[in-house]
Design a protein around this ligand. Structure first.
Ligand code: BGC
Length: 521
């Protein structure tokens, strides 16, 4: 028997503990940290298609839009300032997620969540009262700082708090909140756009204070994770908390393993340089590739620009926002499917199924847009059935993303890093996610203008590459305790050469024989 845990039939550890109301409550509250990110994603696209907002802050885009509808439809929204408005947030989030690494590690996961809430709140207020473009951009930078902190801390918090058997489902609460945030923002945009006097955008932007207050208050009432308490030397407190969280008295096995993991963690002074060590190669690869691929699915083209896109394919502004609401609802519903399935069917199955589904839809959408818009972007009169076919396939695509790369893009990184590099590696995940969100937001409208329908084929190509990557390189992590994750690398045909037995991360892994590893699928 390995140090401090007991082993079930197939050699995996199984700690006692149930899904207690307490853990459920803490995870639901913490997961709401995803609301701020989601709300922002949903709001930006809708606001930038409100004529009154464009007229006030981006008059050149507004004028172009008013021009004759026979001009090239692929290019009507192509404006660097408008895209800078949308994407400035992602650069700010990138920077703050790096700072959050230290806060999360040294002062606990909660404090990062608190900072996230406060900064986001400040950004929302400045945006709601904006009078000039610079105010909009400053506001968005603050929102970005908030998101960087929250996205760094919340997924880690959830993965550490959850009993390992339910880790997938509880962690996906974060993605569920993102999708709910997006949907709520889209519905609000739909109604606020109708406000006479054209100041509805102020409510849309200022409304972000509500999710910000939820995470701020949430972080004040939540306990920190036992992993983090132990990491910071509060052993007794951590043990009491662990008993409460797991709902059983005897938590000594899990507790001892957490302490062992923390000892290893204490020995590391510089988590950043440590990340470059050979034995962390699989973790570093996943910390970079998973968020990179998540963004290369092209999902944010739909999320940010759905109203713009639907407008381009022939809907009026109102109907465009409404279609965005439809895709937003599909996004929420399909995320529930992954909550149900992730700990049953596993991560790999969802990744591969979702990838196939997205690929088919991207090909169909490219063909539809290509057939009607051709290369000069002048479709003439678009029949209703055409718009319905495009929206249907976009919805099936969104569903594919929402039960695969959406939630797993946050879940898998948060559960595979050993404690000693967890916070730093998670910051890398957030940064890579943000930088590619930024790049796509920044260049999508220009790419649409130049690549036309071929843009969707570019994303389709990446979906093929990422599915092959998952098939070959990503081990299954379902049902494995978080501080025991070393075994999945040791038993992997490729990664085992980097992660030698006894050389892997935390103390409790040391000296464990190979036959206690799981079999890689
Ligand atoms: C991604 C976002 C995306 C959202 C859509 C998240 O997992 O990180 O970039 O907009 O899912 O639901």
């Amino acid at each position: 028997m390995p140090a401090g845990g007991f082993v079930v039939g197939d050699g995996q550890k199984a700690y006692p503990g149930k899904l207690t109301p307490f853990v459920l409550f803490t995870c639901v509250v913490a997961a709401m940290g995803g609301l701020i990110f989601g709300y922002d994603i949903g709001i930006s696209g809708g606001v930038t298609s409100m004529p009154s907002f464009l007229r006030r802050f981006f008059p050149s885009v507004y004028r172009k839009q008013q021009e004759d509808a026979t001009t090239n439809q692929y290019c009507q929204y192509d404006s660097p300032t408008l895209t800078l408005f949308t994407s400035s947030l992602y650069l700010a989030a990138l920077i703050s997620s790096l700072v959050a690494s230290t806060v999360t590690r040294k002062f606990g996961r909660r404090l990062s969540m608190l900072f996230g809430g406060i900064l986001f709140c400040a950004g929302a207020l400045i945006n709601g009262f904006a009078k000039h473009v610079w105010m909009l951009i400053v506001g968005r930078i603050l929102l970005g700082f908030g998101i960087g902190f929250a996205n760094q801390a919340v997924p880690l918090y959830l993965s550490e708090m959850a009993p390992y058997k339910y880790r997938g489902a509880l962690n996906i609460g974060f993605q569920l909140s993102i999708t709910i945030g997006i949907l709520v923002a889209e519905v609000l945009n739909y109604f606020f756009a109708k406000i006479k006097g054209g100041w509805g955008w102020r409510l849309s932007l200022g409304g972000a204070v509500v999710p910000a207050l939820i995470i701020t208050i949430g972080s004040l009432v939540l306990p920190d994770t036992p992993n983090s308490m132990i990491e910071r030397g509060h052993h007794e407190k951590a043990k009491t908390k662990l008993r409460r969280i797991r709902g059983v008295d005897d938590v000594s096995q899990e507790f001892d393993d957490l302490v062992a993991a923390s000892k290893e963690s204490q020995a590391i002074e510089h988590p950043w340089t440590n990340l470059l060590r050979r034995k962390y190669r699989p973790h570093l690869t996943m910390a970079i590739m998973i968020p990179f691929f998540q963004q290369l699915t092209g999902i944010n083209v739909i999320m940010f620009y759905a109203p713009v896109l639907f407008n381009t394919i022939g809907f009026t502004t109102d109907a465009s926002l409404m279609s965005a609401v439809v895709t937003g609802s599909v996004n929420v519903a399909a995320t529930l499917v992954s909550i149900y399935g992730v700990d049953r069917w596993g991560r790999r199955f969802l990744f591969l199924e979702g990838g196939t589904q997205m690929l088919i839809c991207q090909a169909v959408v490219a063909a539809c847009i290509g057939a009607k818009f051709g290369v000069d972007g002048t479709p003439g009169e678009l029949p209703k059935w055409y718009a319905i076919v495009v929206v249907t396939f976009i919805c099936i695509y969104v569903a594919g993303f929402a039960w695969s790369w959406g939630p797993l893009g946050w879940l898998v990184p948060s559960e595979i890093f050993p404690l000693e590099i967890r916070s730093a590696a998670q910051s890398i995940t957030v940064s890579v996610n943000m930088i590619f969100t930024f790049i796509i937001a920044q260049i999508f409208l220009t790419m649409l203008c130049h690549l036309k329908f071929g843009l969707f084929l570019v994303f389709a190509f990446f979906v093929v590459v990422m599915s092959i990557f998952v098939y070959i390189f990503l081990p299954e992590t379902k049902g494995i305790p978080i501080e025991e994750m070393g075994q999945v690398w040791r038993s992997h045909w490729y990664w085992s050469r980097f992660v030698e037995d006894g050389e892997y991360g935390n103390g409790l892994e040391m000296g464990k024989s190979n036959n206690q590893g799981i079999k890689h699928v």
